[in-house]
Design a protein around this ligand. Structure first.
Ligand SMILES: [Zn+2]
Length: 153
């Protein structure tokens, strides 16, 4: 999916890396004549690309960024206490990932725009991608919670 560039870093070899607002990093090398990104060689050029969109395949693959940290969790939900709002499509805000962690039973987790429809269990965690609408549905008796992740401060 398309994600805006929020900044730039350099990897250990000095190659430029775009930081996207989902937390993922993406190399943006200038390596003519194969890869032409002359803008990446100057600070002015890089600044001019802030807010531009890059396609992030890691978001499409539900990859929670490795360096993100947990900062908050919901109470335990059961099939009876799960708020109606979570059963309908909803999403986390920009840059906020989450894990749906099932302690008992099973939960159906649907992400229509990513064509995902999965069954979560104590063996299978669900990953919530920032800003992507999703919904959950208890399958019988269950207990689970949601843990939120963001970039380290
Ligand atoms: Zn991403």
């Amino acid at each position: 999916m398309e994600r805006p560039i929020t900044g730039f870093e350099f990897d250990s070899e000095g190659d430029p890396v775009a930081v996207l607002n989902c937390g993922h990093l993406q190399h943006v090398r200038h390596n003519p004549p194969f890869i032409n990104r002359p803008w990446v060689t100057t600070e002015e050029g890089r600044n001019s690309m802030l807010g531009e969109m890059l396609n992030c395949v890691r978001c499409d693959k539900f990859e929670l960024p490795d360096h993100f940290v947990a900062y908050k969790r919901t109470p335990d939900f059961t099939e009876e206490s799960l708020p109606v709002a979570l059963r309908k499509d909803h999403s986390t805000r920009s840059g906020v990932w989450a894990k749906i962690i099932v302690g008992e039973g099973r939960v159906r987790y649907r992400v229509p725009t990513l064509e995902a429809d999965m069954e979560l269990s104590p063996e299978k965690i669900g990953v919530v991608v920032p800003e992507v609408p999703h919904n959950v549905e208890p399958l019988g008796s269950t207990r689970f919670f949601v843990e939120f992740y963001r970039a380290p401060v």
